[in-house]
Ligand binder design. Sequence first.
Ligand code: FO1
Length: 322
Amino acid sequence: MKPSNLHHETIKIVALAGGVGGAKLADGLAQVLPPENLTVIVNTGDDFTHWGLNISPDVDTVCYTLAGLANPVSGWGRRDESWQVFQQMERLGAETWFRLGDQDLATHLERTRRLRSGESLSSITRDFCQRWGIRQRILPMSDDRVRTMVNTVEMGELSFQEYFVHQRCQPTVKGFRFDGIESAQPAPGTLEALQNADAIVFCPSNPWVSVDPILKTLKNQTVFESKCLIAVSPIIGGETVKGPAAKMFRELGFESSALAVARHYGKSLLTGFVLDNADAALADAVADVGISPLVTPTLMTQPADRARLAQDVLNFAKSFLL
Ligand code: FO1
């Protein structure tokens, strides 16, 4: 028998997500919502070509997480992974700064084959989700090519994975460019999902390189008007749990804090902002920005933390809908 607190929700949610942090909250939302009430729109600005294959790291991270297939330690890639191909590629002198495991490779091989035969990323993702037993809707933000470029002091402009994985986020960030974003169309189903949503949740993903590219791709921000929009801070106590968001805020001349994240999105976009207990002292300042704060534990260490945070976010959203 299902615990009584599960799947009783009738609220329709669209979550905007990047990689690991986004996938965790999406998984929490999947635990507390009926599957048909959750759509996740995922950043594809991190996508790139490696070993001749089309890699969509954030889409895969969200899919693997919702399917229960994700590596629980790294958060990306597959659990119980083997590295036979990777070792042989290394022996042959191939580039090995980006690690692709054997099971993960099957995803990239089949995705690449289908893209080359003309199928869209959203259609491929829908089919993979069905095969992995995922009942929620996971949509890439666009079927068109968007590439996040990171402008750095030391190395000029780098592609996102070059900056993130190869250079380990070490170069100093000056700004970002989303190559292709002007002509990229939102993927089929994204605008309809947003129109039908009761609330839109910005997952605790990097505002600069995960959520912003999604927002910029959706362009027509009228879908956000009169909607309840809730963002969860990826910054806790001035630092990020994972990834370079805090470092980016500092290097771009902002303080690195949950408050800076709330200001980044702004009151014209957000209804509510969720910040960690550690940042309770910032709640009044968030309210002064014109955004309602919710202070609650936001660190998702255990799977149960994901569902609890998701429930807090839903209750918070519902308080605006009554
Ligand atoms: N992140 C790393 O730090 N090192 C890797 O070698 C790496 C490989 C990788 C392979 C497949 C995949 O789906 C994700 C992978 N990631 C890796 C994560 C990825 O680069 C980032 O999590 C996202 O792009 C940022 O959201």
